[in-house]
Design a protein around this ligand. Sequence first.
Ligand SMILES: Nc1ncnc2c1ncn2[C@@H]1O[C@H](COP(=O)(O)OP(=O)(O)OP(=O)(O)O)[C@@H](O)[C@H]1O
Ligand SMILES: [Mg+2]
Length: 350
Amino acid sequence: MAKSDGGFNLFDAEERVLAEANALRESLAESAPDIRNGVESLTESYRRSVREQRRLVKVSDRLQNQLASVNQELARRKAEAEEALARLREAQETLVQAEKLASLGALVGGVAHEINTPVGIALSCASHLADSTAQMRALFEADDIGVEDFERYMETASDTSQLILANCERAAALIRSFKQVAVDRTSSERRRFDLAAYIGETLASLSPRVRQAGHKVTITCPPGLEVDGYPGALSQVLTNFVMNTIVHGYDPGQSGTLSITVDEPVAGQIRLVYADDGCGIADAHKNRIFDPFFTTRRGAGGTGLGLHIVYNLATGPLEGSLAVDSATGHGTRFTLTFPRQASGGTPPEI
Ligand SMILES: Nc1ncnc2c1ncn2[C@@H]1O[C@H](COP(=O)(O)OP(=O)(O)OP(=O)(O)O)[C@@H](O)[C@H]1O
Ligand SMILES: [Mg+2]
């Protein structure tokens, strides 16, 4: 509005100039026809120029109006896009929660399924033992126990109690591993530690098992590399890798080389590569090994929770990522990447 006011003021002034030019032309009427004609043609050009200016001002006004409405439209679309993004984020959050719940559901289902077998066996053994004991008591009260009855009872008692014990132990071991699935920051202590020294200590604690199986271990880690994070989580990860190599990597009697290589490809990012040169993991299994309860040794002591726990540790307390690279007959390689400094408060000095 202010602009077009300015325009009219401008044109008022021009109108005045035109009026003055007309007056001048009139006053020059007869006396100087040449000058009069000159003034007239100048006035005419000026008038044309004023017309042209007016037209340009109108065009500019129109363009400005159009620009304003385009801007309005843009602002509206931006608001719409922002709202859509917010809705998308909400939906994503809901999906993540749903996914977590679904995997929790699967885990709970798996726990129930896994624990059902040992608890079921222990239960039926206990009830068998209770029946036999009741029979013995009846015989005892009737003062009618023969040596054979007693021997049979002793055998039953010893067999069933052994089975009860073994199955309760299995159930307890399962419960211990289930508890580890729910790894979180608070479950392990954060501190600064020397990575090479810590890997050395962890492997030393595993060396009786490694040596027994006849494997060789090589560790390559820059000396003095200090990490601020969760050493407990790291040692659990390494222990699972090594135990898996021992249990799954080689045929009985066969041995190989386990290697741990650490570097810092990008400042602040640690890359730990654990590899063995064993039988490798079949393609069909590779994308299931991190699932809870996936094991190729079901019934032979495998629960299938080891790598699931490792994955949770890698992406949870260690704030990193984990990838597997393996092929049948070509060994197994896990690459764990994690920040040298965990986020959050600064831990105490070592
Ligand atoms: N180094 C390896 N070489 C060959 N196969 C492996 C190796 N590591 C893991 N696997 C395969 O991945 C599967 C899943 O491993 P994971 O540690 O989760 O379970 P598990 O060792 O079978 O049981 P758990 O660790 O609970 O006792 C194993 O059953 C095995 O088939
Ligand atoms: Mg395992």
